[in-house]
Write a new protein. Structure first.
Ligand SMILES: C[S@@+](CC[C@H](N)C(=O)[O-])C[C@H]1O[C@@H](n2cnc3c(N)ncnc32)[C@H](O)[C@@H]1O
Length: 404
């Protein structure tokens, strides 16, 4: 696939790789010529908007919005809310914001049209790969929490859980086929760079930790469960999610990718039915920002209950707002207003160390760090050769439970 990836363009071309470099597996929806062209157009548009249009918002702020705010209020904007007041009517900001919103909407439309035209085939493929295997454990009594059930998360119609027909996998198939547009391959061949990065981080930082039982919470379709299951092939590993379509698709995909030690289980990470101190490693990737204030505290308390003494819990997320300028906070807060991310502003304002301490973790056991995604070099040149942009270095927090 090098002909479509970095080698085709060379790093200085600085354009996204072709959609055809995205990793394939038995569940991946097929895309025809026009659909590939649409994904490529959108990936390039997303990159153009984020690298060429976005920087102009800072110029508009400095030259126009900030001085106008100061004239009116007698001081410069002091926090992201005041920056927002200064910027929300600015024509340049409105153009960038509308373009970004449109790319998000077009991405959903493009992904769903690919999936819906082959809905029956995809559902049948999942059924045949899942084949009543004990490693897929669905539980229809699990209730969808409000923060998932009442919102089309990041503009995804029907969120993660909606089933158009019985045994549906379409929300997961849409998530999988279209994520290339928003990440442009930056998340790795199988959108699994964070999981590979976590395996490397564990080897570098906790080489002596005995890992026999692993839990991934909010696993989605298992993009970042599979690399961990493959990294610890002798471990018993559970990947938990509330949404049955994600689990059906994820299990079928994992079977095809060889992660047969991975059990996909339907459950709410706020209250799981595993025994106390059951796991050596609990982790999540891009999960906690999609919960709620109350749920986050419950989930952290559940991690504490489920960790064995000396065990580790680790969560890879978008960076918090602390330490960023009010203007950067304002830009990053865009998702809360326009991308259906209702917990976004609050979660990024929290100190995760305080949240963990609040549910009983000893402060001495807490850590905040960064985990670098491991991205396949057939898509992008080696890390460090040029700027990958955001998304490849994850803000990471967690704790190591006290040894017995
Ligand atoms: C951004 S997605 C998938 C993230 C996934 N870890 C990855 O790296 O691709 C977040 C997932 O969390 C799930 N989820 C949200 N709240 C949950 C909860 N309380 N318990 C379990 N899963 C939850 C959603 O259904 C969704 O599949």
């Amino acid at each position: 696939m090098a002909e479509y990836g970095a080698e085709r363009y060379g790093p200085s071309a600085d354009v996204p790789p072709d959609y055809r470099v995205a990793g394939r597996h038995a569940m991946m929806p097929a895309a025809n010529h026009d659909e590939i062209a649409r994904f490529n157009f959108l990936a390039n548009l997303v990159k153009y908007v984020s690298t060429r249009v976005l920087p102009g918002t800072a110029v508009a702020y400095q030259n126009r919005a900030e001085p106008a705010f100061e004239d009116k209020h007698g001081h410069k904007p002091r926090d992201r809310r005041e920056v927002r007041k200064a910027m929300e009517g600015d024509p340049y900001y409105k153009i960038w914001s509308a373009l970004r919103l449109n790319t998000m909407e077009m991405r959903q439309q493009a992904g769903r049209s690919v999936v819906l035209r082959q809905l029956d085939e995809l559902n049948a493929a999942a059924k045949s790969l899942n084949d009543d295997k004990p490693t897929l454990q669905l539980d229809p009594s699990v209730e969808i929490p409000r923060y998932i059930g009442s919102v089309d998360n990041h503009l995804m119609p029907g969120s993660y859980y909606t089933e158009l027909v019985a045994d549906d996998v379409s929300p997961a198939a849409n998530y999988d086929v279209g994520i290339f547009v928003t990440t442009q391959g930056l998340f790795g061949l199988h959108t699994d760079g964070a999981g590979h990065g976590l395996v490397k981080w564990l080897a570098d930082n906790h080489p002596d930790l005995k890992i026999n039982r692993i839990l991934d919470i909010g696993c989605g379709l298992g993009h970042n469960s599979v690399p961990v299951a493959l990294g610890f092939p002798d471990a018993e590993m559970y990947a938990v999610d509330v949404a049955a379509p994600m689990l059906r698709y994820g299990h079928a995909r994992a079977q095809d990718l060889g992660a047969t030690n991975l059990i996909f289980k339907q459950g709410n990470a706020e209250a799981l039915d595993f025994p106390d101190q059951h796991f050596d490693l609990i982790y999540s990737t891009m999960f906690v920002h999609e919960t709620s204030y109350k749920a986050l505290h419950r989930i952290m308390a559940e991690c504490r209950r489920l960790l064995r003494p000396g065990g580790l819990h680790v969560h890879l997320e978008q960076p918090p707002f602390h330490g960023m300028s009010p203007f950067e906070q304002f830009l990053r807060d865009w998702d809360a207003y326009y991308n259906n991310e209702p917990f976004w502003s609050t979660v990024h304002s929290l100190q995760m160390t305080d949240v963990m301490a609040k549910v009983g973790f000893d402060r001495a056991s807490l850590f905040e760090t960064k985990v670098t995604a491991v991205v396949d070099e057939t898509i992008f040149p080696k890390a460090g050769d040029f700027d990958y942009g955001r998304g490849c270095v994850w803000y990471t927090f967690g704790a190591q439970a006290e040894a017995a």
